[in-house]
Write a protein that binds this ligand. Structure first.
Ligand SMILES: C[S@@+](CC[C@H](N)C(=O)[O-])C[C@H]1O[C@@H](n2cnc3c(N)ncnc32)[C@H](O)[C@@H]1O
Length: 285
């Protein structure tokens, strides 16, 4: 199946106070979208949310689902900035859910819920999912040749939850190339095994195959340089709080995240990884 609940807790429930030190103030834990290069991280994250909002053709009356909603950053953006009256999210992280509940935003409803077994009695006008698909197929499953069928099952589920004609706005981190030297390969394996156990970044070709027959791709936008810049700013933020993190959370956590974020910057620099935003129209034939 997908990353297990305990894997997700390892990746996202370290401590909200820890992530708060180096993510932007709205806690987006995915690539921002730099359009001019002059934006700060908060603005670039809002631009990412705006792109996906517009891809989703979301209006204040849309009922919206965010699959893998993290700390609720996209949900908060659409209800506070775009006037959406009801927005739902699912996550598998207890810490993220507690964070969202503490905001007391009545327009937002969230569940600690595995999307793979989510069968609500209602349909959505729009669905958004921002870098959750990297938890759908494990490295072991990919080696068994199951990647495309698992990604297709994720799109099949999204199709089933969406009203006819609706849009699924999907952002995904991508695997593009494999590095050539041992140190880089070890750093990537460390990131996969220790920071995101059970996760695996899809290839763009796999996603393009997997959306069929459920969705038509209406727009496709890649943003490798934006992710490089986002991860560099996260890494700078982590390093700026080094003493506090070492004291509060321990040396090992600091060193693990220092290695992981440094690896991310190289991933995007060296074209090992990229990021894609897809506007997917539900097929109804
Ligand atoms: C990289 S985070 C992205 C969070 C958020 N979308 C953002 O932009 O900040 C991935 C999210 O997917 C969630 N997730 C992973 N597997 C899931 C599953 N099977 N069901 C529901 N949520 C899942 C995690 O709990 C986490 O919130």
């Amino acid at each position: 199946m997908t990353s297990k609940h305990q894997d997700i807790e390892v990746s996202y429930s370290v401590s909200n106070d820890f992530f708060k030190l180096w993510l932007d103030k709205n806690m987006h834990y995915t690539s921002a979208s730099y359009l001019t290069g002059d934006e700060d991280l908060v603005q670039a994250q809002e631009q990412k949310a705006a792109i996906l909002h517009d891809y989703g053709e979301i209006t204040p009356d849309s009922l919206v689902l965010d699959i893998g909603c993290g700390w609720g950053s996209f949900l908060e953006y659409i209800v506070t900035r775009r006037g959406v009256k009801e927005a739902h999210g699912v996550t598998l992280s207890t810490q993220q859910l507690a964070w969202i509940h503490d905001k007391h935003l009545p327009q937002i409803k969230t569940w600690l819920q595995d999307f793979n077994t989510w069968e609500p009695d209602w349909l959505y006008d729009a669905i958004v999912s921002i870098e959750m698909v990297d938890h759908i197929c494990s490295p072991a499953q990919a080696r068994q040749g199951k990647a495309v069928s698992l990604y297709r099952d994720y799109f099949r589920r999204a199709h089933k939850l969406l009203k006819p004609g609706g849009v699924f706005a999907c952002q995904a981190i991508l695997s593009d190339r494999v590095p050539r030297n041992r140190k880089d390969l070890e750093d990537l394996a460390f990131t996969a095994d220790i920071i995101f156990p059970g996760g695996r970044n899809p290839r763009l070709e796999e996603l393009i195959m997997a959306v069929r027959p459920y969705f038509e791709i209406e727009e496709l936008r890649t943003q490798r340089a934006s992710y490089r810049r986002t991860t560099k700013l996260w890494w700078d933020g982590l390093k700026a709080h080094q003493a506090q993190i070492r004291e509060t959370f321990g040396d090992q956590l600091y060193e693990d995240y220092d290695r992981y974020l440094g690896t991310c910057v190289r991933c995007f620099d060296q074209h090992w990884s990229s990021d894609v935003q897809l506007k997917l129209r539900r097929c109804d034939i």
